[in-house]
Write a protein that binds this ligand. Structure first.
Ligand code: G6P
Length: 617
């Protein structure tokens, strides 16, 4: 959701904040703004639309007019309360208080009514602005700035974080976290940074502290201090060293982060395998030991809880875990699971699968079930994320920072984790044979690397298929077995970044309804690798071919029949184990969506209305 930054240091605050917001723009991009201390005043520049509007504003500004400010806060918004207008953009000013906010104030109606009775007149439609008035009310009671912020925060209900400045307390930035993430860091020169995600800090320091819920970070020139927001007492927090590098958060010559991230997948998969396997252990599929592994191996059944792309990766996991490891595996959308009353075995393991590790619905499920005494685990791409910290054991994908809003490498590496789990279950429970699976698994990144190489010609073929179908009115991705979740993921990618109507369907289900929609204006992308389901899928394809659909076939290079049925054909690499086809298939559906979106001219890395990390329910 929204991205927030704060800075107290010696550099130009505006530069640090704008660069930080650039790094955070994937969290929201409806409007942006910065506030910076200038003498004993705080100035605000904000604008609806993307960050470039603010950049332009500063370029046009007479720089002599603005002495370099070294303290400030900034915000990039994903609107919840109130339209994405300049008026509703953060930072908000109320009297001497200037603030930015991420998350939702659930009791904002009651707070607003109460404040209006007291004579305050909010200028925006946001819930966020109200916090400033609450601080002013506390200041009236002669409290210090820190205490006023602290007590005002205690009046808020809902998950959120705020970063606040005051014109009466210069050189001070206070951040509080309750639910929505907030990290703090100090660079080697003693400058202090606050941000919703670690990315903005990477340019200056790799040492960060993830605030805990109820933590207050007080950044002053004299240093950084953490306090408990309820008691006001100083608390100590552990500093962690980030594994990510600045290069990973730059485009490095690629036109979009999404394309760069698609090409990074082989490396991301190798890193994920390396960080999860103990290669000294002689058993096949030796998962590196940690509490999560014990929980996993003792589980009688798995419940994979996720949203969006993580849900589809989990669906792939279900195929493997059930087929090979014979572990009952249920996959459910967090937003649905939460309000059901599911029947769970005593030894069930509830796994939150979330690349960001912050998704509100997924987190809520894990918290509810943990309270009920259930064992929980996480699969996340972010060390230090809330979900990874609150569960009994976390498994990490090592995809590196994913900036494109549409998930790619996090999806592929999540599948990588489930593959490792499958192998580990096989090994420990001896319910099947892991023969050859490990070798193929560790070889997989090389296969994907070759597949993505220019010499494979794959990108050109996909581009051609996209060019030929860009004007069509609808897209169906169809597949059976483990290709079915890939069909769902392909359709989601296309919707997200190309804004076209796309559906993922189990190939066998087409005739139960959607076939009525098939005509020459519809494209059917058939995922039919060489596997046990291929023949059935081909029969379903014959049915749509007869009704005039444009067909893009994806399958084994030797599959003449599929090629004859297809208007365009995308060959997959030949893999010994048919279940691993989902990896190259994911590259195909990602690249197809990317190429089609490029032709449509959409904003690929920041598609409209979306945010990468969804911290509201
Ligand atoms: C958002 C993103 C999706 C992502 C989903 C779940 O909707 O736009 O790309 O798949 O959240 O995110 P998570 O971080 O929990 O995997």
């Amino acid at each position: 959701m929204c991205g927030i930054v704060g800075y107290v240091g010696n550099r130009s605050a505006v530069e640090v904040l704008l660069k930080g917001l650039q790094r955070l723009e994937y969290r929201g991009y409806d409007s942006t703004g910065v506030a910076f201390q200038k003498g004993n005043r705080i100035e605000i520049e904000k604008s609806e639309g993307k960050l470039e509007n603010i950049f332009k504003r500063f370029k046009e500004m007479d720089l002599n007019r603005a002495p370099v400010s070294t303290v400030g806060i900034g915000h990039t918004r994903w609107a919840t309360h109130g339209k994405p207008t300049t008026q509703n953009a953060h930072p908000h000013r109320t009297g001497s208080i200037v603030l930015v906010h991420n998350g939702i104030i659930e009791n904002y109606r009651e707070i607003k009514e109460d404040l209006m009775k007291k004579g305050h007149e909010p200028q925006s439609e946001t819930d966020s602005e109200l916090f400033g008035f609450l601080v002013l009310e506390e200041l009236k009671l002669k409290k210090s700035f820190i205490d006023a912020v602290r007590f005002a925060f205690q009046k808020l209900e809902g998950a959120c974080s705020v970063v606040v400045m005051s014109e009466n307390d210069p050189d001070t930035v206070i951040g509080i976290r309750n639910g929505s993430p907030l990290v703090a860091g100090i660079d080697s020169e003693g400058a202090i940074y606050l941000a919703s995600d670690p990315q903005p800090l990477l340019d200056y320091t790799k040492k960060v502290v993830y605030l805990e819920n109820g933590d207050m970070a007080i950044a002053k020139r004299s240093g950084l201090e953490f306090r408990d927001v309820i008691t006001g007492k100083v608390v100590q927090r552990e500093t962690i060293e980030l594994q990510w590098s600045v290069e990973q958060i730059d485009k490095q010559g690629y036109p979009h982060f999404m394309l760069k991230e698609i090409y990074e997948q082989p490396t991301a998969l190798i890193d994920t395998f390396n960080s999860n396997l103990d290669r000294i252990d002689p058993t096949s599929f030796p998962l590196a030991k940690h509490p999560g592994v014990d929980k996993l191996m003792n589980a009688s059944e798995l419940h994979l809880i996720a949203c969006g792309t993580s849900y589809y990766a989990s669906l792939v996991g279900k195929y493997w875990l059930e087929k090979y490891a014979r572990v009952s595996t249920q996959v459910e959308f967090a937003s649905e699971f939460r309000y059901r009353d599911p029947v769970l075995d005593d030894r069930a393991l509830i796994v939150g699968v979330s690349q960001s590790g912050e998704t509100a619905d997924t987190l809520a499920v894990l918290r509810d079930l943990k309270k009920k005494g259930k064992a929980t685990a996480a699969v996340s791409n972010v060390r230090g994320s809330t979900i990874s910290r609150e569960t009994d054991g976390a498994f990490f994908t090592s995809a590196g920072p994913e900036i494109g809003v549409a998930a790619t490498k996090s999806f592929l590496t999540q599948m990588g984790i489930f593959l490792l789990w499958t192998g580990a279950f096989l090994e420990r429970r001896k319910k099947g044979s892991a023969d050859g699976l490990f070798e193929e698994t560790v070889h997989l990144p090389h296969v994907l690397k070759n597949y993505l190489d220019d010499s494979s010609g794959i990108r050109e073929k996909i581009k051609e298929a996209a060019r030929a179908t860009v004007t069509k009115k609808g897209f169906f991705f169809i597949g059976r077995g483990s290709s079915y979740p890939l069909a769902l993921e392909g359709a989601l990618k296309l919707k997200e970044i190309a804004y076209v109507h796309a559906e993922g369907y189990a190939a066998g289900e087409l005739k139960h309804g959607p076939i009525a929609m098939i005509d020459e204006n519809v494209v059917v992308i058939v995922l039919a690798p060489k596997d046990g389901w291929r023949d059935k899928t081909i029969s379903n394809l014959e049915e749509v071919k007869a009704r005039g659909a444009q067909i893009i076939g994806v399958g084994d290079p030797s599959d003449r029949h599929l090629q004859d049925l297809s208007h365009h054909f995308i060959p997959l690499p030949t893999l010994k184990n048919e279940d691993l086809n989902v990896f190259p298939l994911s590259i195909v559906v990602q690249l197809f969506s990317y190429e089609l979106a490029t032709l449509k001219g959409t904003d690929i890395d920041k598609p409209r209305n979306l945010a990468k990390s969804v911290t509201v329910e």
